[in-house]
Design a protein around this ligand. Structure first.
Ligand code: ZN
Length: 170
């Protein structure tokens, strides 16, 4: 596995719609393994392929599902060609930070729950139902493969003070 460099704004790759994956081969597995390593090293709780300079529809997410239980084990999701198939009408404001927009945070309104459909690294169909922070991470990463960054959606953005607790970046 290899650490990849995380690209940041204003790199135009972050503004492009990424291509669907059609080959579920060894190169895809290498990309996924590298993305997982790069996400963990950053550290972050999610990463999309355009963030490592690859314009393909691949995301990885690693987060503890139950946000109320701090000892809940983290779960790793790898999703190829992910799409939001359903989103709750109920939304929630939350503070986001992004590995590709270093030094900024913003308040973003997101659906409270989403159903995401996509494929595994081997091309098998998969579905994830996520709520709360996990739903937010999926929405943030799927935005990345559509060329959208959180500052586009944020109602306000700011530079956090050094004494503020760090966020889980995505
Ligand atoms: Zn991001």
């Amino acid at each position: 596995m290899t650490l990849r460099q995380i690209v940041t704004l204003p790199d135009p790759i972050l503004r492009r719609k990424a291509k669907p994956v059609t080959r579920f081969d060894a190169d895809l597995q290498t990309l996924i393994d590298d993305m997982i390593e790069t996400m963990r090293e950053a550290p972050g709780v999610g990463l999309a392929a355009p963030q490592v300079g690859i314009p393909e529809r691949v995301i990885v997410v690693e987060y503890a599902e139950d946000e109320e239980d701090e000892v809940a084990p983290k779960k790793l999701y790898v999703m190829v060609n992910p799409e939001i198939k359903a989103a709750s009408e109920e939304t929630e404001e939350g503070i986001e930070g992004c590995l590709s927009v270093p030094g900024w945070q913003g308040e973003v309104e997101r659906a409270l729950a989403v159903t995401v459909k996509g494929q595994t690294s081997r091309g098998k169909p998969m579905k994830v139902k996520a709520k709360g922070w996990m739903a937010r991470i999926f929405q943030h990463e799927i935005d990345h493969i559509n060329g959208v960054v959180f500052t586009d959606r944020a109602t306000k953005v700011w530079k956090p003070q050094p004494e503020q607790a760090p966020l889980d970046n995505v």
